[in-house]
Every structure is written in structure tokens, then in C-alpha cells.
Design a protein around this ligand. Structure first.
Ligand SMILES: *Cc1c(COP(=O)(O)O)cnc(C)c1O
Length: 392
């Protein structure tokens, strides 16, 4: 596919935060572009002087833009999008709306996100449904053939993470979608780490529900997330929580639920964040997701190559297709110690351990990894400096 390559100098000029530090934590929370931060702060300043309701009324079109931008980003309709305070709650609103009874099976992958695993186990405890983990293939990603072989008429949901929080692989989401379609099984995709760093097209993937967050690769504000629900599912899902935005009280005894995806929203929300997330999405679309992915892949592969030249460093990323998340371990130095050593010199990474990646790390015998997550605005100079510090 042809695209205009990212103008990294411009991307950096438009990011006030990137001058003074090496930010390799875009999978945790990225740096907002100036346009996004200004939108967010400007909105809040206006709330301070005009009042929150008045600001929202006056700037309603900026709130509505969030739906149009999200629809362009994911290749869906604006009515299929809900604004939610984070990706976990967005995901919950779909997951907890699905009917699951005793013996019903949920199929997921070993690298599933910790909060999602907790929700599966929570419902298993409450309803008697069963969580089955599809094995990984030789590349360490979800084994699509094994998934297909596990399907029977008790499987009521296929639910996976597109990119695990603690590893650089991209799961074969489209192949999983083809299996889900073939067997008529609902498919929930946690796309928290993929949306914003690569094209994510809900029609091409074939998912019924998708969740994403604002603050990671989309470079939006914290406390923002979105949910996509495919049109023919919206009115079939009874949201686990309702308020007078999601529904209308008709009488003393009746209410009516909205018939668009906003039935999964809250009335009160982060208005400034919602408007600014729309701007962040437009900003990403302005670069183009193909161009972003090409640049992210190039810079991440370079980082992996340079790190693997250092004695004692092991790259821990698996998968056939890799992304901007680079994970590694170092002999004799714990991930948390590396993170703590880098922070005071202005290098941001995370140490991934524990609950977030429990099943996958447990199966791989991994305790923790350093997660250095890069984005299109990171440079080869930053990689050189980073690698020098890691080797020290
Ligand atoms: C970060 C993350 C989440 C949670 O997103 P929030 O916006 O913090 O709720 C879910 N899934 C994956 C794979 C993530 O990396």
C-alpha cells in the first residue's frame, strides 16, 4: 500500500513533551500532540468561565465529532460507537451484556489481559460458564487451527486481545474473525494496543464488539475510551447498567433503551476528554494508519536489533507480526530495577509483571519484562541513547 511517510521532525515539533525525555511508554500512556492538549485544556478553561453545561451546548459539534472520527478510524457507522471512560469499562459493557449460562464456553488466548481474565472468572463463578484458553502456536500467537478445533455448540463467545499488553506480537485477529463468522459465534476484540498504531478495520476483522482506549497509541487524554458494537447486535444487548442517557423513563413503570450504541454510555462523562479524543483520532488519521504502522514497525525492529546485540539481553517478543511494543529481559538486572534506573535520566519504560499478563507469563515461565513501547515520533538517536543506557 502506498502512503506518505511520517514527517518525524514535524511530528516532534507538534509534540511539546518529546524534547526533554525519551518516551518509550506509548503503550502505557503516550504524549499528547499539542493540538490535543490545547483542545483539552481550552475546553476546561471555558468550563471554568462559562459553565460546564453551557460549554457543552456551545461546542456540541466537537462532541459529535468524536463519533464521526471514530467511525472513520474503525470503518463503521457513528451509531455503532459509544464513548466510555476507559477501555476496560467499554469492554465490560459489551461482555457483561452477553448471555452466558451454565456450561457455556468462552474461548480466549493465553496472553489475555488481566482485567478480562478476571471478568471471565467472575462470570464463571456467578453463572457456571467456562473459560477455555486456546493454545499458542509455534510463533507464540493464538493458534487459529486449535481455536477452530475447540469449537462446539457450547462456545458462546470468542474474546481475545489483538495485541497483548506485555508483548510485541499482533494476534491474527482477521483469521479469528473468519472462524467466528463461519460458526456464527460472537467475537469481542480488545484492541487497546492496536488502535492508533495500525489500521484496525472492524469489517475486515469481522468482530462484533471492539474496545479501545484514548491515552495509548491514539495519543488522546487519559480517562477516555470507546466501544464499537456492530449494528445488528446493539438492540440485542441489554446493557449491564442503565441511566437516563442510555434509556428514557416513560412512566412510573416503563423505560425505553436507546437504539444506538450510546445505550452503553454514561450521562455524565469527561466532556473535554471526549472532544479532545476526537481531535486525537483526527490527528492520527491525518498521518494515516498505514504510515504510522510502517514507521512504528521500522523503529521497533531497529530497537529489537540493537538490543539483541547486547550480551545478556533477551528479546521476549513473540508472534509472526510484531508491533511497537518491545519487551526484553536482562541477565542479572530485574525489569523493575531497569525501569527505576532509567526514570531519573528521563527515559520512560514500564516493567510488565503480575496481574496484567498473568496467564501468558505463567505459561512461558516469565516473571517480568521491560516494556519499551515506541511510536512514530521516536527516533534512531533515542534508540542509540537507550541502548547505551541499557548496556551500562
Ligand atoms: C491498557 C489495556 C487495557 C485497559 O485499558 P484502560 O483504558 O486502562 O481500561 C485493556 N486491554 C489491553 C490489552 C491493554 O493493554
Amino acid at each position: 500500500m502506498t502512503h506518505t511517510p511520517i514527517d518525524v521532525d514535524r511530528a516532534r515539533l507538534e509534540t511539546r513533551g518529546c524534547g526533554g525525555l525519551i518516551h518509550f511508554n506509548h503503550a502505557g500512556s503516550s504524549l499528547m500532540p499539542a493540538a490535543v492538549a490545547d483542545h483539552l485544556i481550552g475546553w476546561q478553561r471555558e468550563e471554568e468561565f462559562r459553565g460546564g453545561y453551557e460549554t457543552a451546548n456551545r461546542r456540541r459539534h466537537e462532541l459529535e465529532n468524536f463519533y464521526d472520527a471514530s467511525a472513520r478510524l474503525l470503518n463503521c457507522h457513528r451509531d455503532e460507537i459509544a464513548f466510555v471512560e476507559n477501555a476496560t469499562r467499554a469492554w465490560d459493557m459489551a461482555f457483561y451484556a452477553l448471555d452466558l449460562g451454565p456450561g457455556d464456553r468462552i474461548l480466549t488466548a493465553a496472553c489475555e489481559y488481566g482485567s478480562n481474565m478476571i471478568a471471565y472468572l467472575h462470570r464463571a463463578k456467578r453463572t457456571g460458564c467456562v473459560v477455555d484458553i486456546v493454545p499458542d502456536d509455534a510463533h507464540g500467537q493464538l493458534d487459529v487451527a486449535a481455536l477452530e478445533a475447540m469449537i462446539d455448540d457450547r462456545v458462546k463467545l470468542i474474546s481475545i486481545s489483538h495485541i497483548p499488553t506485555g508483548g510485541g506480537l499482533v494476534n491474527p485477529a482477521e483469521a479469528v474473525g473468519a472462524v467466528a463468522r463461519r460458526h456464527g459465534i460472537p467475537y469481542l476484540l480488545d484492541a487497546c494496543q492496536s488502535v492508533g498504531q495500525m489500521p484496525v478495520d472492524v469489517k475486515a476483522i469481522g468482530c462484533d464488539f471492539l474496545s479501545a482506549t484514548g491515552r495509548k497509541y491514539l495519543r488522546g487524554p487519559r480517562g477516555t475510551g470507546l466501544l464499537y458494537v456492530r449494528r445488528d447486535w446493539i438492540t440485542r444487548l441489554d446493557p449491564p447498567l442503565l441511566d437516563q442517557h442510555a434509556a428514557t423513563l416513560l412512566s412510573e413503570t416503563e423505560y425505553e433503551i436507546r437504539d444506538d450504541a450510546r445505550r452503553f454510555e454514561n450521562w455524565e462523562c469527561h466532556f473535554a476528554g471526549k472532544a479532545a479524543l476526537g481531535t486525537a483520532i483526527d490527528y492520527a488519521l491525518g498521518w494515516g494508519l498505514e504510515a504510522i504502522e510502517a514507521r512504528v514497525t521500522e523503529i521497533a525492529e531497529r530497537l529489537r536489533a540493537r538490543l539483541s546485540e547486547i550480551p545478556g539481553i533477551t528479546i521476549q517478543d513473540q508472534g509472526q507480526r510484531r508491533c511497537g511494543i518491545v519487551t526484553f529481559t536482562k541477565d542479572g538486572e530485574a525489569a523493575a530495577d531497569i525501569k527505576a534506573r532509567l526514570a531519573p535520566i528521563g527515559i520512560n519504560v514500564t516493567a510488565s509483571a503480575g496481574s496484567g499478563s498473568r496467564v501468558g507469563f505463567g505459561r512461558r515461565g516469565l516473571e517480568s519484562v521491560v516494556r519499551a513501547s515506541v511510536h512514530y515520533l521516536n527516533t534512531t538517536d533515542e534508540i542509540d541513547r537507550f541502548v547505551t543506557e541499557i548496556a551500562a
